[in-house]
Ligand binder design. Structure first.
Ligand code: PLP
Length: 399
């Protein structure tokens, strides 16, 4: 039985064209890009090519604005620590959202404890949208940095980062966005925004793991996180992960080529899945902002169903989904994202995330539509709560 992979927000399959481009880096192209001889210089040229491709994906103006790092987590850490280290006197506050990835939230806890930075955690509404009144109330002359994600990893909800960046600049603050889930999936054009820092990760766009990018706008003060050699113009020490950089470059180029058609095609499959499941299964709701969402993400909650049990039954039926970031990390705590949305308990506990990619087929969507409703019906029959709740709903139908 082949498995239907609907966990692309956790990671994507490395594109075979990416793998093919990386392989020579383990054989003939083994040189160190810092070496002046031919072995090094050929490899340095490959790194330059990858930088140009990532620049094109992001619409950045200058190659030197693209800093290769080890992934989304390092990019996020570097942006926050650098902004605090270089902030002018009197700017000791950071504004962020309550639904950021732990790569942001844990770094901010560290900065609060170690540097006395004050963090404003801005809440979201029931659809995961930022509380703009609270955001503008927190923004002021003491703000050093605003960091708000482009797209949420659990619900796919998109944030108005262009507007937020403009507001941050008007208040004299810098702006960072974690675009790990957005880059390669929806158009990102940094030439038309005032974003100062942007994080992306190779493995979310069919590139390799262990590679990412921090975009640092030219002229923005910067303090490296990793110290040592002069690589990356002295901004990130350590011999470059050449194979992964080359792979990310190819992944970025493929994403640019597919951007126009793929988003719509993925969204139409996701929407068909959403329409079918919400029609077949009563007591099921979509978590997130359906009006402004990543094209590939569907977060669904089922009343009287435990999300982890549903994930495990789907797994046995050959369908790989996620219950959300917290559960994926081995904790059974409900996700901090869904909690911040103040959803009813059943929608927190009964949520699963289905995330598609350009590789998802119509036949796979059909299989999920056929298999998921009867699994939900079986799990509900086992739930002690279901006897009281079932009166509220018509019976689960099957496709
Ligand atoms: N930020 C977001 C929104 C993510 O979804 C992830 C990974 O899931 C990260 C950051 C971390 O990226 P990486 O796995 O490359 O460290």
């Amino acid at each position: 039985m082949t498995t239907v992979y609907l966990d692309n927000n956790a990671t994507t399959r490395t594109d075979p064209r990416v793998v093919a481009a990386m392989l020579p880096c383990f054989t003939d192209m083994f040189g160190n890009p810092s070496s002046p001889h031919a072995f090094g210089q050929g490899v340095a040229e490959a790194v330059r090519g990858a930088r140009r491709r990532v620049r094109a994906l992001l619409g950045a103006r200058h190659d030197q604005e693209i800093l290769f790092v080890s992934g989304g987590t390092e990019a996020d850490n570097t942006a926050l620590l650098s902004a605090v280290a270089t902030a002018p006197e009197g700017r000791r506050e950071i504004i962020t959202s309550a639904v950021e990835h732990p790569a942001i939230l844990a770094t901010l806890v560290h900065l609060e404890r170690s540097c006395g930075v004050r963090v404003h955690l801005i809440g979201v509404d029931g659809r995961g949208r930022l509380d703009l009144d609270a955001f503008y109330a927190a923004l002021g002359p003491r703000t050093a940095l605003v960091s708000v994600m482009w797209a949420n990893n659990e619900t796919g909800t998109l944030f108005p980062v262009g507007d937020l960046a403009r507001a941050a600049h008007a208040a004299g603050a810098l702006f960072h966005t974690d675009a790990v889930q957005a880059a390669g999936r929806i158009p990102v054009d940094l030439s038309t925004t005032e974003i100062d820092f942007l994080s992306l990760s190779g493995h979310k766009l069919h590139g390799p793991k262990g590679i990412g990018v921090l975009f640092v706008r030219k002229g923005i003060p910067f303090r490296p996180l990793i110290l040592g050699g002069h690589q990356e113009r002295g901004r990130r020490a350590g011999t470059e992960n050449v194979a992964a950089i080359v792979g990310l470059g190819v992944a970025a180029e493929i994403a640019v080529m597919g951007m126009a058609g793929e988003g719509a095609s993925i969204a139409s499959k996701r929407d068909r899945l959403e329409r079918a499941l919400t029609a077949l299964v009563p007591g099921c709701q979509v978590n997130g902002d359906t009006a402004a969402r990543l094209p590939n993400t569907l977060n669904l909650a089922f009343d009287c169903v435990d999300g982890e049990a549903l994930q495990s039954h789907l797994g046995r039926a050959g369908i790989a989904v996620s219950t959300g970031a917290a559960c994926a990390s081995g904790s059974s705590e409900p996700s901090h994202v869904l909690k911040a949305m103040a959803l009813p308990v059943w929608a927190l506990m009964g949520a699963i995330r289905l995330s598609l990619s350009r590789e998802t087929t119509d036949a796979e969507i059909d299989r999920v539509i056929a298999l998921l409703p009867p699994i939900v019906a079986r799990l509900r029959e086992m739930s002690p709560l279901w006897n009281d709740r079932r009166r509220l709903y018509p019976t689960v139908r099957t496709a």
